[in-house]
Design a protein around this ligand. Structure first.
Ligand code: ACO
Length: 328
């Protein structure tokens, strides 16, 4: 049986930075409130003519280049996004594939909100281990600014745009293989985080095509509590299932939604500060892109080295959650 291993990482953030100070001129908020409640200081915002697929393609280009494999060897592209270029079709993964000049690939999107990257990691692992694919390009890409209501202070302070990508390849070497990926979902909590308009579930008249802005809505406080509870349980389970102590994790890379959630989960797992990767202050919450973007940060600053054990965890709309034990 082939194993699936991480081969490379890449990321891209758009140029424009939106600071807390700038946001406080747009809605009734302050740098002090945002920093204290979330840990976020700024986020990047894509240009009008810069689409999710552009962000994803730039991150993927870097990941492919760093992987050392030829583009022609990529046989599948999976994109995790809740802000696709186009709702319904075509998928953002197909658009990215074309922008990269990839031929003969299977390409599709998945929707698991902030847990998207952990979900696509599990998909890549399964396709490779089954022998169906050899080199899978996985991309978390989001232009969340396109589905953010900048008059709602409860959500607009949280989100940013960006993309991260990884090449996952078949290997015979068990030591470098992805150890385990957990994924879960519970639709009972669907109303905590949703974009109520824009889909067939929205209450608008299809015949008259009433305008229906597709913006994120969130019950932040309830989401916060469920996130801490669910993540702590899930991460404890994946560590126990694989007989791994939290102490042997080199890099704990959680989804970057809120510093306080990361801190609460990290404390419950007895993680030391130096194990926990934090990028939320400069990127905000970039949903499915946040984990590969954080991974790319520590790769580029020289902290992440080949063979080191990473623990990923994420939580998002659906509700969905997941965790993964992965050597880099
Ligand atoms: N500026 C100033 N005041 C604000 C702001 C703001 N931007 N937003 C809310 N407030 C006010 C509220 O109106 C409320 O005022 P009140 O006490 O007078 O009623 C007060 O601040 C407290 O509001 P809470 O919602 O209880 O604040 P909380 O401490 O929970 O922080 C936050 C809000 C930051 C949204 C937090 O709940 C959070 O991070 N939740 C989790 C988000 C998350 O993890 N989402 C999952 C992933 S996202 C995805 O899947 C796309």
């Amino acid at each position: 049986m082939a194993y699936a291993a991480f081969r490379s990482i890449g990321a891209y953030v758009p140029e424009k930075v939106l600071t807390n100070e700038e946001l406080s001129k747009m809605v009734d908020t302050s740098d002090e409130w945002i920093t204290k409640r979330t840990g976020i200081k700024e986020r990047h915002i894509a240009a009008k003519d810069e689409y999710t697929s552009d962000l994803g393609a730039k991150a993927a280009e870097l990941a492919i280049q760093r992987s050392g494999i030829d583009k022609s060897e990529i046989d599948m592209v999976v994109c995790a996004t809740i802000s696709p270029d186009y709702f319904c079709m075509p998928s953002t993964a197909t658009i990215i594939s074309t922008k990269l000049g990839l031929k003969n690939v299977t390409a599709f999107d998945i929707s698991a909100a902030c847990t998207g990257f952990v979900y696509i990691l599990s998909i890549a692992k399964a396709f490779i281990e089954s022998g169906m694919k050899k080199n899978v390009l996985i991309i978390g890409a989001e232009k969340l600014s396109s589905i953010t209501d900048y008059s709602d202070r409860g959500t607009c302070i949280l989100f940013g745009d960006g993309a991260g990508a990884a090449v996952i390849s078949a290997t015979d070497n068990k030591d470098e293989a992805i150890i385990d990926v957990h994924t879960g979902a519970d639709g009972e909590y669907a109303d905590l985080l949703m974009t109520p308009n824009g889909g067939s579930g929205s209450e608008h008249d299809s015949l008259t095509q009433e305008a229906n802005g597709c913006f994120m809505q969130m019950k932040g406080n309830e989401t916060f509590k469920v996130a801490v509870r669910t993540l702590t349980k899930d991460v404890k389970e994946i560590l126990a299932d694989n007989n791994i102590e939290s102490d042997s994790i080199k890099h704990f890379i959680p989804h970057q939604a809120n510093y306080r959630i990361i801190k609460a989960v990290g404390d419950a797992l007895k993680m030391r500060d130096e194990q926990v990767v934090l990028t939320v202050s400069k990127y905000g919450n970039t949903s499915g892109a946040s984990i590969p973007m954080a991974m790319n940060d520590i790769y580029e600053n020289g902290t992440l080295k080949a063979g080191e054990l990473m623990l990923l965890d994420a939580f998002g709309g659906g509700l969905t959650w997941g965790s993964a034990l992965v050597p880099f």
